[in-house]
Design a protein. Structure first.
Length: 279
């Protein structure tokens, strides 16, 4: 009996060690590309397979070069502006529509919300051509409107509606008895109670807008309107690639989204839990 218990204990221990080793291996596989990108960004080299690193080889020359380039700075500004404006627009539309779908009782509420959710099933690539035709017809090519207005999606409305549904009706009814308007209720009651969900939506929207490549590539044909992800393609020359310069550009493109998620990570997890997205 004792030997059998010992064998089971040893087996569980081996399985735990094996799972820890596997998890560590997966972490290394995920982290190593970022470490490589960061280290290479501090070197001036055209050899992507030169792994010799030393203090004497490290330099910030690559970062100085890209930020002295007015075109790159313009790309960076465009990305910040488009992502920031996209977050604000998404929060506005999602909070107002989510509040209406959650707390207003009007004919066709559920059917309209169902149709809105169905749009999430349509791949973004499938609507890109008709969306481009509309944008071109409105004369918005190479404008911030073309880059910002398509950012909000039905996901934000769904997220905010699910969160607002959890707010007791008594709070809203009490506010109405005190003479509060729907706008005041939204501003004073709904928004403070849904702050975590708003943070979650902000992170998702910011990262999506910041990393968006295909749509800006289509509607921003002029250099002054292009965003940062497009800068990675412009760092190439006809005959060679400065790997250090390219990696510095990649780091600059990656760091803002990483910082946003790192700062708001706790709110992101709380927002996902409160909105019921975990199933």
């Amino acid at each position: 009996m004792f030997l059998r218990y010992k064998e089971e204990h040893d087996m569980k221990k081996l399985l735990r060690i094996g799972s820890d080793i596997l998890l560590l291996g997966l972490i290394l596989i995920c982290v190593l590309p970022f470490v490589y990108m960061l280290l290479m960004s501090f070197r001036s080299t055209v050899n992507a397979y030169d792994f010799r690193f030393g203090i004497s080889n490290l330099t910030i020359e690559q970062y100085v070069t890209i930020f002295e380039d007015p075109v790159f700075v313009r790309y960076f500004f465009n990305s910040v502006y488009v992502a920031g404006a996209g977050v604000i627009l998404t929060l506005f539309t999602s909070c107002t529509a989510g509040y209406a779908f959650a707390k207003f009782r009007f004919k066709g509420n559920d059917k309209l919300f169902f149709l809105l959710i169905l749009t999430l099933l349509v791949p973004s690539k499938a609507i890109m051509v008709p969306l481009y035709i509309v944008v071109k017809g409105l004369g918005w090519i190479n404008t911030y409107k073309a880059l910002i207005l398509p950012i909000p999606t039905a996901f934000g409305v769904f997220l905010m509606r699910q969160t607002i549904l959890g707010i007791p009706e008594e709070l809203i009814e009490s506010a109405k008895l005190d003479g509060a308007s729907n706008v005041k209720i939204l501003w004073k009651i709904i928004l403070p109670l849904t702050r975590s969900a708003m943070m979650t939506l902000s992170i998702v929207t910011f990262i999506g807008a910041w990393n968006n490549f295909l749509w800006p590539l289509i509607v921003a044909t002029k250099d002054e309107m292009r965003t940062l992800p497009l800068a990675l393609t412009t760092m190439k020359t006809q005959y060679e690639i400065d790997v250090g310069l390219l990696m510095a550009c990649a780091v600059v493109s990656f760091v803002p989204t990483f910082i946003v998620y790192l700062v708001l990570q706790s709110k992101f997890e709380e927002g996902v839990a409160l909105s019921g997205l975990k199933g």
